[in-house]
Design a protein around this ligand. Structure first.
Ligand code: HEC
Ligand code: HEC
Length: 342
């Protein structure tokens, strides 16, 4: 009982230590008033060995002896009745302070680890940045999302139930096929579970809650360039490949068909477009697949419609993965097996 008292920092220990000192002083007082020191002892009996000395008389046992014992009982009862409620009052506060202390330590360590391992891509202040494309032939950098608003970005999506868990999974496994490598020891990364938790504590401690408004495409379209194609190149090609054949994400050549579209059937076309729209707005995170990011915060509604039109334009019937027509597309079974390992 004493050890945890002493374990906390000086401020937190002051009260329990005071109780302890008062209790010890009370015991000392009781000892001198009613304790064994008061017994008429050794001197009366000279050399008679302890075990052979006559004990108190019956009369003494029934009066002063009994009173002594009862006084001890009262003293202990009073002590317990004061100490236990006080302990009960103080303990939660002490525990909370200890928890806060650990949390602050975690955040400080996490901040240092973040600066070492993540800041080069995600920004010194978690504002986001970019990384070189893993394919050396492609010049366009791969955007690394801002992490100071990750909670706000995912809180309204159904794609991610628990942002902390989502960050943890991303760190442990990385995103195969993207510049985001695995950082957990489970996948040969350099960081233990505990260190990852510290980084996450830091990331969650500096959330701004601000998500920038989606910006419509503002660049200049070159002669003959198609806005849908430009949006696709800027936002989608890095995962679905410039020729739509897939990579990190599944191929998109017959994605409409996979969602039930058949040539000439207006209803099924609308249905397929609605599924794609839903994926683009909210992203998707089927278990076992890499997540598809949500685009409702990066692309305006019009841009998303333009992209859907663009995808509609490139659909081919009976393209790759024709086996999945009409059913759940399931994990992409394309030529990049790492895409499904998440
Ligand atoms: C080499 C650059 C690089 C480094 C270093 C890096 N990341 Fe990433 N990270 C990325 C990229 C790029 C993505 C986006 C991947 C994608 O497009 O799906 C990403 C994605 C993420 C995501 C998911 C974000 C989202 O909105 O879905 C989290 C969380 C994350 N990184 C955390 C970290 C942490 C923490 C570290 C440090 C341990 C780190 N990253 C180190 C490049 C990097
Ligand atoms: C960081 C990589 C990444 C980017 C960028 C990305 N996607 Fe995806 N996309 C995926 C992954 C991974 C999946 C599969 C997700 C799942 O099933 O959980 C997917 C799924 C999809 C699907 C559903 C396909 C199916 O068969 O069910 C569509 C449609 C889609 N993406 C379109 C797009 C478009 C359009 C863009 C650009 C605005 C885009 N994606 C950008 C990775 C990405």
């Amino acid at each position: 009982m004493i050890q945890p008292f002493l374990a906390v920092e000086a401020g937190g220990a002051a009260v329990p230590i005071t109780i302890l000192i008062v209790a010890l002083a009370g015991f000392a007082l009781a000892y001198f008033v009613v304790g064994p020191g008061k017994r008429k002892g050794p001197k009366r009996y000279g050399d008679i060995p302890l075990a052979m000395r006559p004990y108190h008389s019956d009369e003494e046992l029934e009066t002063s002896g009994m009173e002594r014992a009862m006084a001890w009982g009262v003293a202990l009862a009073v002590f317990a009745s004061l100490f236990l409620p006080l302990y009960w009052l103080i303990e939660p506060d002490r525990i909370n302070r200890a928890v806060d202390g650990f949390y602050e330590q975690d955040v400080a360590t996490g901040r240092a680890e973040y600066q070492n391992a993540c800041a080069s891509c995600h920004g010194v202040n978690l504002e986001g940045g970019s990384a070189p494309h893993p394919d050396p032939d492609i010049d366009a950098p791969w955007p690394a999302p801002a992490l100071d608003n990750i909670v706000a970005r995912y809180q309204d999506t159904e794609v991610v139930e628990d942002v902390r868990e989502f960050i943890k999974l991303t760190l442990v496994h990385g995103r195969p096929g993207t510049p985001m490598q695995a950082f957990g020891v489970a996948n040969d990364g350099p960081y233990s579970d505990n260190q990852l938790d510290q980084m996450i504590a830091y990331i969650l401690s500096v959330q701004t809650g601000e998500v920038p408004e989606a910006q419509a495409f503002v660049g200049e379209l070159a002669e003959g360039e198609d806005l849908g194609r430009v949006l696709y190149d800027n936002n989608c090609a890095r995962c679905h490949a410039a020729d739509y054949t897939g990579g990190v994400g599944p191929q998109l050549i017959n994605v409409f068909e996979r969602y039930g579209w058949s040539e000439g059937d207006e209803g099924s076309l609308e249905q397929a477009r609605a599924v794609v729209r839903e994926v683009l707005h909210n992203g998707r995170n089927l278990p076992g697949n890499a997540p598809m990011p949500a685009f409702d915060q990066t692309l305006t509604d019009e841009d998303i419609e333009t992209l859907i039109d663009h995808l509609e334009g490139i659909q081919e019937e009976g393209g790759p993965q024709a086996a999945q027509i009409g059913g759940d597309p399931g994990p992409p079974e394309d030529d990049d097996p790492s895409a499904t390992e998440e």
